[in-house]
Write a protein that binds this ligand. Structure first.
Ligand code: UDP
Ligand code: MG
Length: 323
């Protein structure tokens, strides 16, 4: 029998269609894990209501009233998946020895939890849930996601291929994560920075059981861009390299023009000049934009606004504060 208290941390945003279906599945799974001795009897399922505008919070409260294994916290407004997840993890840290974060839409195979916990008992502090294949995704989603991982790697960010936010974290790993104060959160890229012994467990990802994805293309791209600029300053270095390269080309062009002038050939028309001016203007604006992105990041980091504010918890305990 294990005495490790497990908390399943589940962020929920407008999930009234899904929650009544998946909550009993999570409860079954938890009871199975307890029965197998993989976690303690006082383990819990912690729902984080991320400022839903539908009946999600009411459903969570009803679940909690019906079974003591359920518990829930409610954020003061919608803060997005990463912040909601962090709020849940920091709350769970108060009582849990180990947490597993998972989405509430039933896409991630809950049966991978057994293996995750076994790895934890074998001494791993971080266990990444990794998708074994991407059959259920459209070609487009698969292509964009895989290019993203490759790009991240190219930019020097250590992230686990095909891992989203289905992961096990020990109390030690949570304590480590708590020391990271950044406002621009990209948890899957931060865990490798936190360190500790880690491993991966493979699982198949299903279609969403009900409701709709909250990550349309625009949000997905923003999230990817955010991930890169939060974890890597390579884009700025690339700009420097680009600037050097273009300056060199410009220098060679000047020499060429002088040589032509000495040889008595008139340098041809203004068209080429205008082209170069436009090209350079474009490049400069692009570079300014990338640098501006980092300045914006610094702006939001120095303000150090709280990443989440918990306004209510179903067990009446004092909410955890960020900052
Ligand atoms: N989610 C959240 N806040 C948000 C958006 C999403 O807490 O602002 C939750 C959502 O309820 C789900 C998880 O984050 O449990 C992943 O979202 P979704 O399934 O829509 O993303 P996808 O799986 O399509 O990438
Ligand atoms: Mg999903």
């Amino acid at each position: 029998m294990s005495s490790a208290t497990l908390y399943l941390v589940i962020p929920c945003y407008n999930e009234q269609e899904v929650l009544p279906v998946t909550a009993p599945l999570f409860l079954n799974k938890l009871q199975e894990l307890i029965a197998q001795g993989l976690c303690a009897g006082n383990s819990r399922i912690l729902f984080v209501n991320d400022g839903s505008r539908d009946d999600t919070w009411r459903i969570i409260r009803e679940l909690c009233a019906a079974d003591e294994h359920f518990t829930g916290i409610c954020l003061s407004r919608n803060r997005g998946h990463q912040n909601a997840l962090l709020a849940g993890l920091m709350t769970a840290r108060q009582s849990a020895d180990v947490t597993i974060s998972i989405d509430c839409d039933g896409q991630d195979d809950i049966n991978a939890m057994d293996e995750m916990l076994r790895q934890f008992h074998d001494g791993c502090d971080v266990v990444y849930g990794v998708r074994s294949k991407r059959d259920t995704d459209t070609f487009f989603k698969r292509f964009t996601a895989e290019s993203f991982y490759k790009l991240m790697k190219g930019l020097g960010v250590d992230s686990v291929y095909n891992h989203a936010d289905y992961r096990l974290l020990s109390r030690r790993a949570l304590d480590g994560l708590a020391q990271y104060r950044e406002v621009n959160l990209f948890l899957r890229g931060m865990m490798p920075l936190v360190g500790f012994k880690s491993t991966s467990v493979y699982y198949e990802r299903y279609e969403r059981i009900a409701g709709e994805s909250h990550y349309p293309l625009k949000k997905m791209l923003a999230f990817a861009f955010d991930g890169i600029t939060s974890l890597s300053i390579k884009p700025i270095r690339l700009i420097t390299a680009l600037g050097l390269l273009i300056s060199l080309a410009g220098f060679l062009a000047i020499i060429w023009a002088i040589v032509q002038a000495i040889l008595g050939n008139v340098v041809a028309g203004w068209a080429s000049t205008v082209c170069i001016v436009c090209f350079m203007g474009g490049i400069q604006l692009l570079c300014l934009g990338v640098i501006g992105e980092y300045v914006g990041k610094i702006y939001s980091e120095v303000k150090r606004r709280p990443r989440f504010i918990i306004c209510e918890s179903t067990d009446g305990s004092t909410p955890v504060k960020d900052n």
